[in-house]
Design a protein around this ligand. Sequence first.
Ligand code: NAI
Ligand code: MG
Length: 334
Amino acid sequence: MVKVTLIPGDGIGPEVAYATRDVIDATGAQIEWEEVNAGETVYKEKGTFIPDELIESINKNRIAFKGPITTPVGKGFKSINVTLRQKYKTYANVRPVKSIPGVKSPFNNIDLVIMRENTEDLYAGIEHEVTEGVTEAIKVITEEASTKIAEFAFKYAIENGRKKVTAVHKANIMKITDGLFIRCARKVAEKYPQIEYEEVIVDNMCMQLVMYPEKYDVLVLPNLYGDIVSDLCAGLVGGLGLVPGANIGDDIGIFEAVHGSAPDIAGQNLANPIACILSGAMLLDYIGEKEKAQMVRKAVWAVMEEGKVKTRDLGGTASTKEITAEICRQISLQ
Ligand code: NAI
Ligand code: MG
């Protein structure tokens, strides 16, 4: 039995996190879920966003599955998501973006992986008002974190039969910070001559991705560009309801979808659980249950290809529960 901390989260979080637990359980994987919540609901009960039980549970299990957690805009507390990523030093945010059959999109052959640096950049949280009407935020880029994410990207490319790594930056303007990021990526690239390496400036990257996404393989980006480009890429394959993710550190993995808590559809049984379910497949890979991970992906692919059961974001009418049941049924047929 592998013990996994299950954080249901806010908004659509519990709906999609429980859907994922049910799908993983349907594969017969030997996982024992230890449920401990964080976020708004916990704050209302306990006056803290991240309870001690959660810290203890993650410290002990080193593997967590997390639903999205709400962060207020322009005021209030620091993002719980960013706090957990920094606390557990999950320096790599891995987000595979792949075309899924049966989903309406101008492209059908996208297969790229976003490697987002996950601990620093403008997310360091160093922000202040200098005087009234003048504000500053500090962009922190270190040699250590930039080298780590570049190493991770190249190793991943080798281990997963990928051909090219593209480093994304704005070093023409941020010559010192993004300049350092690019120098670190170049240095790592020299160690992997079998992998093609290129550099693209982030604004051009957005245009290239919207026009020619099939040209890209592994992208490595500082935190902020990685965040933005992730949602852009999600849009290319059918939306946020489909793109999974993993926060990986040296001996820790926290798995969560790219999307947020979607308050506009929360509690209505409307959310697409596929992004979370595919994050669950990444968790299965991480614990060495590769066959079970494939079972999950095959089931999702089969349901989408058949096209009868689809959630509203993909133009269908199925509920979160209906599509989850259909994915579990497909697993039972394998
Ligand atoms: P969002 O990703 O929650 O939603 C953006 C749009 O996509 C909404 O229209 C939503 O309905 C739709 N959407 C997202 N996931 C979906 C799904 N699974 N199925 C169907 N439709 C889906 O982004 P938004 O609205 O900017 O943020 C809402 C909250 O989530 C904020 O408090 C934000 O801070 C938080 N957030 C949390 C994240 C995390 O926990 N890792 C990541 C991103 C945002
Ligand atoms: Mg984001």
